[in-house]
Structures are given as structure tokens and as C-alpha cells.
Design a protein around this ligand. Structure first.
Ligand code: PXP
Length: 260
């Protein structure tokens, strides 16, 4: 299974002090050496971590393909068309959210999506849509003619954390977290079942399938077992582990967890 390493969290650390280090650009050679297949960056509208200059340098200098995540706004599509990363993953963005909390409302945003996708594909940029684990979102993605979808695994990761990591409820927003363990286990099984079903369905209909959000060394095994998921994009847990192990080792560890 392929690994896209999301290096936004290196910039989060830098932006906490508004200084020059750590510079996500320095991570490129380490990611490559450690076996990463792709670099993922998210240029947010509020520029809270990755800056325009990071995006320019990373896209121009990386020897690994770059997957640029961005909102569907005209500003972002203009930037993407100019910088020409290998792939653009369109994501929903709300200013107040800590991270991307759900998938795109694909069916409710068809016109804007059509225009953005056409502009990107005209520049030979592959397009991926970050979507919830839902059949209607898969159907809409097929109608829109994108090459990739990325399933948002945040709900799966939250349920997994409540079930196995005994995390504080305050870290999570889903209501179901007060449920007993056997109910949580059923919900987890249901998430995995749906991911498996929809990934298979999407792949058979010609889409390439990625997934990401909240994945880590523990919860990744159920995702690896779904063979129709070709790629995962992982950021926070790799950078968090890197604090103790170093970035190279954290990526090597994750890559070995992805072996099928
Ligand atoms: N994929 C997409 C589309 C994302 O927006 C993000 C960040 O939310 C990730 C993957 C990586 O998520 P995480 O940092 O939780 O691993």
C-alpha cells in the first residue's frame, strides 16, 4: 500500500513561533529516503501552517509526487493551476475547525466542483475528492469524472480510539461515544464494512481509492486489509511519532505497517 506523508504538522510547529524552523522543505529528502511514495500538503485559506512559499518550494523541488490539498475556492484553484502539483485533493474547509472534520458535500456543490475539476484537469493535474464513506458521494465522484477519491477515515479513527485507546471523551465530537463497548465494536465493524464495500465498488467503476485522516500505527491494520484502498495519506501521527523516533524512522515504521 502506498504512503503519502502529510508534512503540514512540521509547519504547525514552525508557525507556533513564526520562525524559520522546522522547515517542511527539509523533510523532503528524509521522506524519500524512508520510502514515502508521495508528499501531501494542505494550503489552507487561513495559511495556518503551510505558506504559499512552502507550497511553491515543495512543488518545485520535490522528487516525489506532490498531492496538494485545498478548498474549492477560486483563489486556491488559481494557485493550484499555476503550481501544477501532480495531484490536487479537493477538501471542505471551515475556518473554525481544528482539522478537516468531514468529507466534501459533493452532491450539494456540483457546479463549483465541475468548474474546479475542469480547470485542474485542463492543466493535466489529477484530481481527488475527499469524501465521506457514502455511496452517494462515490456516485457523484464518478459523475464528476475525477481520477481519485479519498475516504475520510476520521469517524473510523475516533471510534477506534474510544474502543481501544481509552481516550478522553472530550477529544471527540461524535455523540455515540457514550455507548457501551459492544456497541462501539459494532460501529467500528460497520465502518470497516462500508469502507471495504465502497472502496471495492469505486475501484470496479474505475476510481482509484485513497483514504486518510486520523490513521496511526494502531488503527492502520484494518485499512491495510482492504486491498482496494491503494494509498493512505498520513500526517499527524507520523510527525507526533517523529518527535521520539525521528522522521525517517517514523516513516519506515509506517511503511512496514502497510505491507500486505
Ligand atoms: N488526507 C486529507 C485529505 C486530509 O485533509 C488530512 C488532514 O486532515 C489527512 C489526509 C491527514 O490526516 P492526519 O493528519 O490526521 O493523518
Amino acid at each position: 500500500m502506498k504512503l503519502g506523508v502529510n508534512i503540514d504538522h512540521i509547519a504547525v510547529l514552525r508557525e507556533a513561533r513564526k520562525v524559520a524552523q522546522p522547515d517542511p522543505l527539509d523533510a523532503l529528502s528524509i521522506c524519500k529516503r524512508a520510502g514515502a511514495d508521495q508528499i501531501t500538503i494542505h494550503l489552507r485559506e487561513d495559511r495556518r501552517h503551510i505558506q504559499d512559499s512552502d507550497a511553491i518550494n515543495i512543488i518545485n523541488l520535490s522528487s516525489l509526487p506532490i498531492n496538494l490539498e485545498c478548498a474549492i475556492s477560486k483563489e486556491m484553484i488559481d494557485i493550484a493551476c499555476k503550481l501544477k502539483p501532480h495531484r490536487v485533493t479537493l477538501v471542505p474547509e471551515k475556518r473554525e475547525e481544528v482539522t478537516t472534520e468531514g468529507g466534501l458535500a459533493v452532491e450539494g456543490d456540483i457546479d463549483r466542483l465541475k468548474e474546479a475539476i475542469k480547470r485542474l484537469q485542463d492543466e493535466q493535474i489529477e484530481v481527488s475528492l475527499f469524501i465521506d464513506v457514502s455511496m452517494s458521494a462515490v456516485d457523484a465522484s464518478i459523475d464528476l469524472g475525477v481520477e481519485w477519491i479519498e475516504f475520510h477515515t476520521g469517524k473510523y479513527a475516533n471510534i477506534y480510539a474510544m474502543l481501544y485507546a481509552n481516550l478522553a471523551k472530550s477529544h471527540h465530537s461524535i455523540e455515540e461515544l457514550d455507548l457501551p463497548r459492544d456497541e462501539l465494536k459494532k460501529m467500528l465493524d460497520c465502518e470497516i464494512f462500508n469502507l471495504r464495500l465502497l472502496s471495492c465498488n469505486a475501484m470496479q467503476r474505475g476510481l482509484r481509492v485513497a483514504s486518510g485522516h486520523g490513521l496511526n500505527m494502531e488503527n492502520i491494520k484494518d485499512i491495510v486489509a482492504i486491498e482496494t484502498i491503494e494509498e493512505v495519506n498520513i500526517g499527524q501521527s507520523i510527525v507526533a511519532r517523529a518527535v521520539y523516533t525521528g522522521l525517517e524512522q517514523a516513516i519506515i515504521d509506517m511503511k512496514s505497517a502497510l505491507i500486505r
